[in-house]
Design a protein around this ligand. Sequence first.
Ligand SMILES: [Zn+2]
Length: 355
Amino acid sequence: MKPVRVCFFPAAFFLTATLLAGRTGIVWPTPNTAFFDGKPIEAFIQPTASGIVESGLYGGVRNGGARFHEGLDLFPLQRDRQGEPLDPVFAVMPGVVRHVSTLPGNSSYGRYIVIEHPGETPAVYTLYAHLRAIEPGVAPGAAVARGQRIATMGRSASVMAIPKARAHLHFEIGVRLTDAFQPWYDAQQFGSPNKHGIWNGLNLMGLDPLDFYRRLRAGGVADFQDYFRQMKTAVRLRIASGSRLPDFVERYPSLRTTPVRAVVSPVSVVSADGVAADEVGGWEIAFNETGIPFAWTPLQARELADYKPGEARVLTVDEALAKQWRCKSLAVKTRGQWRAGGDLNTVLALLFGPR
Ligand SMILES: [Zn+2]
């Protein structure tokens, strides 16, 4: 689709990608300034057909709590004569375009863009979905600046058509679970090919974007590093995964709780207390209430001596947190014993491969 020209709007309208303070310079992904003006969520959140405004927020907010929504749905301010949205979509931070899906039928995201942000710690991704048009030059490998127009808001989708009145940007911020996504995908036998490589939504875990923006604005966090550090532990478990370093930990080294004192080779871990790469037998991992593995501590093989290879044991469960979203099964109790729930097992399968 031909990109919509915007020159008939006052230029200032499109330059209002408002910057937040803090070490993380992040702008809002649309020209709507309502969040920065302190207006209620009704001033920028697009609800589902239910009309319940919370349904456009992040969390187990769909179908009476039965379905999880990984991002924010933001409505447009400007429409053309046909009622289609005209709002530009901005890259919220500098980054590198990793994935552009131009055929709406290929994903429930419709047309979407994923940008990785290597300047951030951890190097989170942002995702922009249901786009109407993608700007020329926005292609994998292209660098984008903060506030750069990358697309036009729309309502593209594969299966569930989005009516004009509910056109919106679906916006995500999160982390990617694995480089070895394809083998996991193949094993699921979904019956349709993966057209998005490692940037398939099933390989992405979003955090709550509005919570991040709010806490950044309030000064409670200065950047993503702070935000991840302040995540609360819903489930803590140990896994005997062997000495192989999951690519997740290589990609997001700041999520290791034990500082790295020396690196022998690019894939070696030597923790402060002297766990050498070949002595690592597994990990103790803290997951937040949505199952994001946000804190990783390497364990020596001898600390896992009574574990079977690949075995995972739940150590602690914060029941209130773990059950915050009833559509997420993080831990289940059988005969008085906690074990990983279905959603946590999926995360583990993606992080460590088949066990
Ligand atoms: Zn959405």
